[in-house]
Each structure stands twice: as C-alpha cells, then as structure tokens.
Design a protein around this ligand. Structure first.
Ligand code: NAD
Length: 516
C-alpha cells in the first residue's frame, strides 16, 4: 500500500498577477485610504456573476485570395462575371463572402474549387460551415442599480478582461451619479472577418442566450469596441421578439439609433465627455482649448468624436494611431478630411492609414509626438511604464478603458504628467445611456442641446469633486459639494476618482444593510 502523503500545501507567496488584479490595485488602495468596511470590500472585490456561454452560427461560403505564385496553375481560368454587386461582399481581411441569391444570373466558372474575379485574382472557394464562438457577460455589482455596460466584439477578450471592465463600470456609474451598477460582456470574434448577415446571425444567437440573464431593470448592454447602434438594434429586436408590449422594453439596450428610441447625442457622448473634462481642466487654470495641440490613439467612436469636438473648439490634432497605422502632421491634421477618409465605404479597415493629408510614422514614434494633450481611445494597457517614460504630453485624458498600466501611473506621477482618469473622462457614454434609458421609460425624446447641457453639468460637477479630493480642498460651491469625500490629505487623481466611487457605493451598503 502506498504511504499516505502527509504534507501541507504551502500557499503561493505571491498571488498570480492578472489583468484583473492589476485593475483592482487602485480599488484596494482607495479601500485602504478610506477604511472601507471589510464586508463591502468582499462584496466589491469579485463580481456578483460571471457568465460564460457559447454561440453557434452558420457561416457563408467565402473566397480566399490565392498567393500569385499558387494562382499560376490557373492561368487559363476564365473570369467569373458577377452581375449583382451584392453577390460579393468584401471583408477587411481580403476574403470575399458569396451572397447566394445575388449570384443568380452570374457566369460562374469554378475549376478545382477555384475561380477568377474581374480584379484578376484567383480565389479558393471555402464552403461555409457552422462555427462556435465564446461569449461572456460579467455582472459585477448592482448595489446602486441595474448592471450596465458595453458589449465588445474583439478577438482578444477573456473572462479576466471582462471582470476588469465590468468592475470599472461599477466605479464609473457611481462617479457619474447614474443609478446603475456595472457589467460588461461580448464575444471573442473579430467582426471585420464576418459579413453583415453573419454578424446578424451571431448577434441574434448571442441575445437568444443572453435573454435569461438581462432585462431593462436588470442588466442593460450598450455598444463598446467592435459593436455599434446596428448591433444594438439587432439585440433589441431579438430581446423583444414576440413580446406583446414591445414598446416598454426598448430600454433593454442603449446606444440605439435615435429613430428607434436612441438618444440624441449618444453617439458622440463619450468623446463629448472626454472634451468636457479637458475643457474643465484648462478652465480651472484660466485657459481654453484654443490652440492646444493633441494626439489621439484609436479613431473609432470615442477617438474620432473627441478629435472632431476638440478641433471645433480650436484644438490642433497632430497625430493619430489606430490598429492599422499612424499618421502625423506637425501643422495639424484636417479633422473633417480624415473623418471622411475613415468613413469612406471603400476604406474597409476604417483606418487612418494612407490618409494623404499627413505623413506615415511608426507607432513607437506616436508616443513621442510633443503635444499638450494625449487622448488614448483604443484598448486597455497601451500606455505601459516604458511608453510613459517617453511621452511628451502635459496631460493624458483617458478615453479608453484602462489604457494606462499601474506601472505607467507611477511613471506619470514621477514625471508630473497630469491625468484625467477613465472613470470620469469617458463616463459621458454611460451618462447619456442613462438619459436614453429614462427617455425610453418615460416615452420622451430630448433634444441634443438638452442632453449635452445635462451631460456637461454632470461631468464637470463630478470632475470638480475629484479634483478637490485630489488636492484636499473640501468645499461647497453652487455646482458641487466635495466636503463628504475629501480624505484629509492630497491624493493622485486616479485614487481620488476611486475614493468618490467607493464612498458613493459604500453608502448603499451602510444605509440599506445586507439581505440575508
Ligand atoms: P471602436 O471599435 O469604435 O474603435 C476602436 C479604435 O481603436 C479603432 O480605431 C481601432 O483601430 C483602434 N485600435 C484597436 N486596437 C488598437 C491597437 N492595438 N493600437 C492602436 N489602435 C487600436 O471602439 P470605441 O467604442 O471607440 O472604444 C474605444 C475605447 O473607449 C475602448 O477602450 C472602450 O472600452 C472605451 N469606451 C467606449 C465607450 C463608447 O461609448 N463607445 C464608452 C466608454 C469607454
């Protein structure tokens, strides 16, 4: 008989660092600073629910371009003439989808599974198969209201990432003073590799599975990276399909097209909020945005709208970096022109790369462009400690979620580069999502001017509280009251923002108590 093993497992002395533990570092520092009640800390340091599920969808037949070398053996293959332009759908990765019915009446010549298109290229026919995708929804906390947070379609997502992003929504909704909690989710997919109808099928299936977990008073999704108002429309349709009282359920998602219950100002809201914060940062110093130079990383919803609004207020855009390229113009980039370039339907990657009004530079050089303001508006973790050492800006306004790593934070502090942290800087999106939700519930529709006036007040008021916490200047003005939140010493801006969030969330537990 084997000897019974008689040993104790020694606990790992250094718990594994993950994206989530990194993201929670600031939470723990703020919790220590304010002496957060231990049970509240336990409630907040892990999500309420973590859902992982799978979505399947039938894909279409596609054409994969053949390398010119391999195409030689098809030298005499006649050209296939497709009469209806909808028969072929070009994707950003160079593949082409075949849209069945639109091909009727075309002269299609297939040889050994290959065909030639009028562009001269030979393509391999890949039969459409069903594919499985991994999907997530993390519901972090609902002490202050229903879970709220975006849906991300991106290849590099994980439970760890969604936990971090969902927690961030809990802090952000508290800071923006909207009666929501935090959630986040999405699908591990690169949407640019799929056609319109394929994405529709995947989204409908996603919502079919999600439906039992969410609701207009339970958990309310919105767009995030890789999704938009069209995806929200599909999600809403699927959620409400067959419901008798469809109109009362429109608040199931926010970020919808205004014609189907979306709010005026929502599309621009996050970028608009970033600029309100930057404007207030300078107003505090008696300055305006006129003539201020800036750079933007990520030229999607947040980055492009922030750039447009900054330029409208007299700011000068010097450089843009996105996932496919980097452009630079020391005299200033013409923002309306670069927007038109990115939105041109022929620009399949929706990238600034190749924009004629600027020169191409390397991504590493982007960070060293001397400008007053840097707006990271792409993905998380982009400003590492090493990048932070090279930055030549005076202030970072975080449009993206979690763009600055904890190590970079320490470098920025050491180098005296100011920061407007993400949980206030990009809170404009969720704030106007809340306005959309109220409008849906009340069956109202507000003007863009009404929306923006409320948004400006909400963000500037809360940003001022955060600045007061950071400087330890408790005071009450006509616009804000920072007295309940200051902690008796100066703290850096990110810690100040987290202190505001935690004090507001803690109040719910302290006053309401815990259900058993
Ligand atoms: P989007 O999909 O519209 O645009 C993303 C942009 O980032 C694209 O231009 C893409 O090319 C670029 N990008 C992606 N990977 C990159 C990389 N590795 N390097 C450089 N650029 C890269 O997404 P969005 O809605 O604008 O969101 C951007 C960020 O803002 C995300 O972090 C998101 O979580 C955050 N955010 C969005 C909203 C919103 O309302 N959309 C609200 C709050 C926060």
């Amino acid at each position: 008989m084997p000897e019974p093993q008689n040993f104790m497992r020694v606990p790992d002395p250094t718990p594994k660092r993950t994206l989530y533990t990194d993201a929670m570092e600031i939470f723990h520092r703020a919790a220590d600073t304010i002496g957060l009640a231990p049970r509240v800390r336990l409630e907040l340091e892990e999500p309420d629910y973590e859902h992982i599920f799978y979505v399947t969808a039938k894909l279409k037949d596609r054409l994969r371009p053949l390398h010119p070398e391999a195409a030689r053996s098809f030298g005499d293959l006649p050209v296939t003439q497709v009469r209806d332009p909808n028969g072929l759908e070009r994707l950003a990765d160079g593949q082409i989808l075949l849209n069945g019915k639109a091909l009727l009446g075309s002269d299609v010549v297939i040889r050994r599974g290959h065909l030639r298109l009028p562009d001269g290229g030979v393509y391999q026919l890949i039969p459409g198969e069903s594919q499985r995708f991994k999907a997530y929804r993390v519901q972090h906390n609902q002490a202050r209201g229903p879970y709220k947070g975006g849906i991300r379609y991106h290849r590099e997502v994980s439970l760890d990432l969604f936990k971090a992003l969902a927690a961030e929504m809990t802090w952000k909704t508290a800071i923006a003073e909207v009666p929501f909690g935090g959630g986040k989710g999405g699908i591990a997919i690169d949407p640019r590799q799929y056609g319109k109808e394929e994405l529709e099928a995947i989204t409908l299936r996603f919502m079919y599975k999600l439906k039992r977990l969410i609701g207009p008073n339970i958990d309310i999704p919105a767009p995030d990276v890789g999704t938009n108002g069209e995806i929200m429309a599909l999600m809403m349709r699927q959620y409400l399909d067959g419901e008798r009282e469809r109109h009362v359920g429109r608040a199931i998602v926010t970020g919808k097209d205004v014609r189907i219950g979306g709010s005026e100002g929502r599309v621009k809201a996050t970028g608009q909020g970033v600029v309100y914060c930057i404007e207030d940062y300078y107003a505090d110093r008696g300055e305006t945005l006129k003539g201020k130079t800036f750079t933007v990383q990520g030229f999607g919803n947040v980055g492009s709208n922030a750039a447009e609004i900054m330029a409208g207020l007299g700011g000068r855009l010097l450089a843009v970096n996105d996932s496919d390229g980097t452009i630079f113009n020391p005299d200033g980039i013409d923002v309306p022109a670069v927007l038109a370039y990115v939105q041109d339907p022929k620009n399949l990657k929706r990238s600034v790369a190749g924009f004629p009004g600027a020169q191409k530079i390397e991504k590493k050089d982007f960070w060293e462009v001397p400008a007053e303001v840097c707006i990271p508006a792409a993905l998380g973790g982009e400003i590492t400690g090493e990048v932070a050492e090279r930055l030549k800006c005076k202030i970072i306004a975080e449009g993206a979620n979690g763009p600055t790593t904890p190590e970079a934070d320490r470098v920025l502090l050491k180098r005296g580069i100011d920061l407007i942290p993400d949980i206030i800087a990009n809170a404009g999106g969720v704030t106007v999502s809340y306005y959309e939700w109220i409008q849906n519930k009340r069956m109202e529709s507000w003007t863009e001017a009404e929306v923006n006036a409320k948004l400006e007040h909400a963000l500037k008021r809360n940003y001022r509280i955060i600045r007061d916490i950071a400087r330890n200047t408790p005071r009450k003005t006509e616009m804000h009251d920072s007295r309940p939140f200051c902690v008796g010493k100066q703290v850096e801006p990110r810690l100040a923002a987290m202190i505001l969030a935690l004090k507001r969330i803690e109040a719910h537990y302290v006053i309401e108590g815990f259900s058993q």
